[in-house]
Design a protein around this ligand. Structure first.
Ligand SMILES: [Zn+2]
Length: 223
């Protein structure tokens, strides 16, 4: 009985220790920042923002894209091209339907959201996703544990760029991001047309941070 109780305690402790949302990484003394871009689709058809994609690919800026399955199914050719032609870009998992409150789903639905997306991205690009980002950043402890039990690490962001807000202009976003960003930060933007000022702001953000000595890294290089 005593052993049984101790085991229970050990299990609950290990579960608590395991459940974690990553919002930064250890830069090991280097000036490194991770750029991430969400490619979500909910009700309206969504596509890659061509200006952002072109900027990243021409300048070979490492970045991680969190892609929802509906978005992947709508943009399969370009997704496959990204993986084949641009090894500095990484595709990760952002759920199937992009439900804004995955904590309202039961465990098996949460599992399906992630597994079906993993399968679709694998079929499209040949790569297996290992990081997950909750739509709208919403989750609770049981949802988080379900995701982590599938071998995923949940990766959110250090601070929001604010780019899904139409009132956030490039003039506001550039100083906000470049003054606040520091080594080990994970920055979040949108590449699905909902990062309203991002096409205009991104080049200036990247150049300013590069002038401060920062380089950019894919999440799988640092997590
Ligand atoms: Zn999203």
């Amino acid at each position: 009985m005593k052993f049984f109780l101790l085991s229970l305690i050990a299990i609950s402790v290990s579960l608590t220790a395991f459940a974690e949302v990553i919002t930064s990484f250890d830069p090991h003394g280097k000036k490194e920042i991770a750029l991430t871009f969400d490619a979500c689709e909910t009700k309206t058809p969504s596509y890659f923002d061509p200006v952002i994609l072109e900027y990243l690919t021409i300048h070979k800026i490492p970045a991680t894209f969190f892609v929802s399955a509906k978005f992947a199914l709508r943009n399969p050719e370009i997704l496959s091209e990204i993986i084949q032609k641009y090894p500095f870009l990484e595709i990760e998992n952002h759920s199937y339907h992009h439900y804004a409150h995955m904590e309202d789903l039961n465990a098996s639905m949460v599992h399906d959201e992630i597994k079906s997306t993993e399968d679709i991205i694998y079929k499209t690009t040949g790569t297996k996703t290992k990081y997950f980002r909750f739509p709208a950043g919403n989750y609770d402890e049981p949802t988080l544990e379900t995701v982590e039990s599938m071998g995923y690490k949940v990766v959110h962001w250090s601070f929001a760029s604010g780019d899904p807000d139409k009132h956030v202009t490039a003039e506001k976003m550039i100083p906000w991001v470049t003054n606040k960003a520091k080594s080990g930060d994970i920055l979040i933007f949108h590449i699905n047309g909902r990062g309203y000022a991002t096409p205009q702001a991104l080049p200036k953000i990247v150049e300013t941070l590069q002038k401060k000595g920062y380089t950019f890294v894919r999440l799988d290089k640092v997590l």
